[in-house]
Write a protein that binds this ligand. Structure first.
Ligand code: CA
Length: 232
């Protein structure tokens, strides 16, 4: 059965382009041009929605309202925000509020489809087995065995470096905010200590990147957080 996507976007032209592209990919697309339409569709859709694409500026309110409603209701449907707004603070707030990812317009359809696959895979992973292995471009991480190797050579990480890498592996391909990393690796009382992150990320890059100054795996999302290059 095809996956159900709800696209909430008031720009008619973009809505039609995305609907068509998503249908070609095999998704069943429902579209809404306003918050009210989206809420009605979520309530009355014949099948549960598997993924939500959410614009922020809508004629009857903010997309954020819908995100908050979903998360308050403990709905874990993946939500990808698509918006023209690029302020980093805004991205951070949305990700911390439970959005899975954030694409700034204009974006390419192939980028959108890739991010959708990552978000869906993560959601599937949560309900099945925990994500414990990562293998990409010569880097292998086995969380259960506590082993990391690069081009076949074992890499020694300190316990904190390993915890930080493990957190990124569990969300490979998705941006993880500074706040989430600090809270999960050091503890909730450390969310303001972003200098810890800079220090440990530099150490990880020195061990895991061919060119630490030009990272290809441990990517910075400026002002937002970090992303471990995803597995497609
Ligand atoms: Ca809009």
């Amino acid at each position: 059965m095809s996956l159900q996507v709800l696209l909430v976007e008031d720009d008619r032209e973009l809505r039609l382009i995305l609907c068509e592209a998503l249908r070609v990919e095999g998704y069943q697309v429902h579209s809404a041009a306003s918050l009210a339409e989206a809420q009605a569709l979520l309530r009355h859709a014949p099948q549960p929605i598997d993924l939500l694409l959410l614009d922020l500026g809508l004629p009857d309110g903010e997309g954020e309202t819908l995100l908050a409603q979903l998360r308050r209701a403990q709905q874990t449907t993946p939500v990808l925000v698509i918006s023209a707004r690029e302020q980093d603070g805004h991205k951070v707030r949305l990700l911390d509020a439970g959005a899975d990812d954030y694409l700034v317009k204009p974006f390419s359809v192939s980028e959108l489809l890739a991010r959708m696959r990552v978000a869906l895979r993560h959601r599937g992973v949560h309900t099945q087995a925990a994500l414990t292995r990562y293998e990409q471009q010569g880097l292998r991480v086995d969380l259960a065995a506590h082993r990391v190797s690069l081009e076949g050579v074992e890499v020694h990480l300190t316990p904190t470096e390993f915890k930080l890498l493990a957190r990124l592996v569990r969300s490979a391909g998705q941006v993880v905010t500074h706040r989430a990393l600090l809270s999960d690796v050091w503890g909730p009382e450390f969310t303001a200590h972003t200098h810890y992150l800079r220090l440990y990320m530099a150490q990880l890059r020195a061990k895991l990147e061919r060119e630490p100054a030009d990272p290809q795996r441990l990517l910075t999302e400026p002002g937002v957080g970090y992303r471990l290059e995803g597995r497609e």
